[in-house]
Design a protein around this ligand. Structure first.
Ligand code: G3P
Ligand code: CA
Length: 300
């Protein structure tokens, strides 16, 4: 089943093509671009010496051969680590348990995917080559922006600020400084922007909007916020980012968001039936670890 005639949904590679290649590495983002993803998602954190790096967890333990909190390590220390070799079939089998998740928990797709993607018949074509150091080193946001700037087509970026309250505005300040360097901080209007900023923190999005009112912002939601059940979002935020769990359990909420005039970007959509559900509800973007498979499902 494909959806060739449906409206065009943006396909966003979550942490890169992170089912096939190690998340948040150049290898994963190159693969996502190669697969045809419209946009790349990344999480950003500040290092001890003030660099923004693309790492999801507070610590580097799960995705590298090192240990410790990103915020306690300097960029040079992170650069000495290998963020690629954990991504082997063996480590994938263990990853959910190492991270405290049970087998069968849908979040395990954040690590390895499952066998239930019926139309996925090929083996991953990413291969870990320790000699390609840069491909699996820690990725700075600056390097990711360069990759996007060098792409031979338009690729958008959805940047998520992680634990921004802890840094009292520094994450957003560094982010906007960096975007400015690439000429991406002040689009003429939100719908023309190549970059959007996402967060579970309304305060973080507020800081971004205060500094750059035309940069689009996405309010991420794990559950329907009790005070925003009617489809409103925090003041000035244009895009809703509900989890796939919200979409499955409360499809009427998605309709309310759409009726309120918001775009809806859903994460993390890895199963074919969830892609179909999102299409049926008319969501605007699907954030997935499997951009290639989702694009095929959409008939693109
Ligand atoms: O794209 C939003 C999604 O990434 C939020 O969850 O935990 O994967 O950062 P997480
Ligand atoms: Ca994220």
């Amino acid at each position: 089943m494909t959806h060739a005639r449906q409206q065009r949904i943006q396909v966003v590679a979550h942490r890169g093509a992170s089912e096939e290649a190690p998340e948040h590495t150049l290898a994963a983002y190159r693969k996502a671009i190669e697969d045809g993803a419209d946009a790349l998602e990344c999480d950003v954190r500040l290092t001890a010496d003030g660099h923004l790096v693309c790492v999801h967890d507070r610590r580097v333990n799960r995705t590298s051969n090192g240990r410790g909190a990103v915020s306690a390590l300097e960029l040079a220390e992170l650069a000495a680590l290998d963020f690629g070799s954990w991504k082997t079939r063996a480590s994938c089998r263990d990853a959910p348990r190492r991270d405290g998740l049970r087998r069968g928990d849908s979040r395990r797709h954040d690590f390895c995917g499952s066998d239930s993607w019926q139309d996925r018949d090929e083996e991953p074509d990413w291969e870990h080559r320790p000699e390609d150091r840069e491909e699996t080193s820690v990725l700075t946001l600056e390097r990711l922006l360069e990759l996007v700037a060098d792409a031979d087509r338009r690729v958008e970026l959805a940047i998520e600020t992680k634990h921004p309250t802890r840094w009292a505005g520094q994450v957003e300040e560094r982010l906007l400084t960096l975007l400015k360097r690439f000429g991406l901080d002040a689009p003429t209007s939100p719908d023309r922007s190549q970059v959007r900023v996402m967060s579970f923190s309304a305060r973080s999005l507020h800081r971004v909007r205060a500094a750059s009112p035309t940069l689009p912002t996405v309010y991420l939601m794990q559950f329907v916020p009790p005070r925003l059940r009617d489809g409103r979002l925090p003041a000035g935020v244009g895009i809703a980012g509900p989890s796939i769990r919200i979409v499955r359990n409360h499809p009427a909420y998605v309709e309310r968001l759409k009726r309120a005039g918001h775009q809806v970007h859903v994460w993390t959509v890895n199963e074919p039936e969830d892609v179909d559900l999102c299409v049926g509800l008319g969501v605007d973007a699907i954030i997935t670890n499997r951009p290639g498979a989702v694009l095929r499902r959409l008939g693109r």
